[in-house]
Design a protein around this ligand. Structure first.
Ligand code: C2O
Ligand code: CU
Ligand code: CU
Length: 487
């Protein structure tokens, strides 16, 4: 594992252009309004065109200054919005002192050439233009972009390099959803300085003590009495899980990773593993007052592994101390009532989710971990760590595959399994059929669980990957290759 050395981190980051950006963004972070830095970029006449500069930045998170990694000086990076059929041109400028690249998480686009090609490496000081077209049939949904340079992913995403990529479409046109107030919530934890990783942080993945929504500590949310709020949630953390609950309110789930579900489903809590998204409606049907959006404790396994050695000292460096103790509930955002609107109703129906036919091919993928050399860990699929030259799975275009994902431990650490290029549907969990159909690209597989997913390979050929979305696990080998062949 390579890490950003603190000296280099500060040294490179504080050049002249960076300083200008920094003073602007410190303001933005505290004033929360947009001061001319474009934090939302929309496609125009079928073209989304944007420059994204990855650079160091010193910003305020709450009342703490932190050394971060930013796109265009912003945490999170600018929100990009496009429509099905749009052409997208993203020019990435690498001002870091290490290679980087971009991945478009959840988008159904080509993995080849200058599309969603995570095998590219953009060296320090260089620029690269990504260019692709969203299929005209692309679902509307909450997607995102982040670096994907193997070995550097956890560190660069943890530092702050991530932003939303919204595709507008059918779901947004449903009248009840149009009438709702839309709010984006990028959930992300930070540390004031990049972590020096302990064995503990390597095992569970790095977490930081500053937990933010859109880079804000205790972000304010507003709902009118009688109104509807559409929360678009992204877990952009490298390793932290969010078990969300809104005091006094339930959630009406309307969309998952890959877009809309068929009809709203009422939930009291939502669990988001790293990489996952959810869209929910919240009804403003309570007494005016303040309600906290809470992150409840969640045990993701693995604590027993460290046994009595698990302490606050060397073992735990790079981990938030609250993770090492029994976790405590955190407040992420505060919902306030303001104003009144005629009561808005929930949509009865959303967008049908197709039923996938029986698979042409079935495969089994086993997730495990092992001790690497020294005090390091290795995370494995079918007993192997990532090798970019090895092709692990060769699906044929036009077929449907079913993958049985089994987490054999040991230690029972939960792994969020993620696949690029094509979304999938979860068929069953430990033999129990899923209660409803949904498009996913990331699915949590807990210790000793078996999850079956069904994937249609449509539209695109080429080489892509699947991996654990605890990004330290991915960097430590938990990634495999898929090469989609034409029929
Ligand atoms: Cu969000 Cu391959 O990752
Ligand atoms: Cu992805
Ligand atoms: Cu994992």
């Amino acid at each position: 594992m390579k890490h950003i050395k603190r000296r280099a981190f500060l040294g490179v980051g504080l050049g002249t252009t960076a300083t200008v950006l920094l003073s602007q963004c410190s303001k933005r972070q505290t004033l929360s309004s947009d001061l001319g830095l474009r934090s939302v970029i929309l496609s125009k006449e079928g073209l989304l065109s944007v420059d994204l500069e990855a650079n160091y930045g010193r910003l305020f998170l709450g009342d703490r200054q932190a050394n971060l990694l930013t796109f265009n000086g912003l945490i999170p990076g600018p929100r990009l919005e496009a429509k099905p059929g749009d052409r997208v041109q993203i020019s990435l400028i690498n001002r870091l002192n290490q290679p980087t690249n971009l991945h478009y998480h959840g988008l159904h686009i080509t993995p080849k050439g200058n599309g969603d090609n995570i095998f590219l490496s953009i060296p320090p000081g260089e620029r690269f233009t990504y260019e692709f077209t969203l299929p005209t049939t692309h679902p509307a949904g909450t997607f995102w972009y982040h670096p994907h340079h193997h070995g550097h992913v956890a560190e660069q995403v943890f530092g702050g390099l991530a932003g939303l990529f919204i595709v507008r479409g059918e779901l947004d046109e449903i009248p009840e959803i149009k009438a709702a107030k839309e709010v984006f919530l990028v959930l992300k934890d930070f540390d004031t300085n990049p972590a020096v990783l302990s064995p503990m942080a390597m095992m569970l993945g790095r977490e930081g003590p500053i937990v933010t929504v859109n880079g804000q500590v205790n972000q304010k949310l507003v709902i009118p009495q009688g109104g509807l709020l559409r929360l678009r949630l992204l877990n952009a953390s490298s390793a932290r899980f969010y078990r969300l609950k809104l005091e006094g309110h339930s959630f009406q789930l309307i969309a998952t990773d890959g877009g809309a579900i068929a009809a709203p489903i009422e939930l009291q809590e939502i669990l988001l593993a790293p990489g996952e998204r959810a869209e929910v409606l919240v009804r403003g049907n309570r007494q005016p007052g303040q309600y906290r959006l809470l992150n409840l404790p969640y045990n993701r396994g693995g604590m027993m592994m460290m046994g009595g050695r698990m302490g606050m000292g060397r073992m735990g460096r790079g981990m938030d101390q609250t993770t090492l103790q029994t976790q405590k509930t955190q407040s992420l955002a505060i919902l306030n009532y303001e104003g009144t609107v005629g009561p808005l109703s929930l949509p009865l129906k959303l967008i049908p989710v197709e039923a996938l036919s029986a698979p042409n091919v079935t495969r089994r993928i086993e997730m495990s971990m092992a001790m690497g050399p020294g005090m390091t860990m290795a995370f494995l699929f079918n007993g192997q760590t990532f090798n970019e030259k090895r092709i692990d799975i060769t699906p044929k275009l036009g077929t449907i595959e079913e993958w049985e994902l089994t987490n054999v431990g040991p230690g029972g650490i939960a792994h969020p399994f993620h696949l690029h290029t094509n979304s999938f549907q979860v068929v069953s969990r430990n033999g129990q059929p899923e209660p409803y159909r949904a498009w996913k690209d990331t699915v949590l597989v807990k210790g000793n669980e078996t999850v079956r997913i069904r994937i249609p390979f449509r539209t695109f050929t080429g080489k892509t990957v699947y991996h654990c979305h605890i990004l330290d696990h991915e960097d430590l080998g938990m990634m495999g290759t898929v090469n989609i062949q034409s029929a």
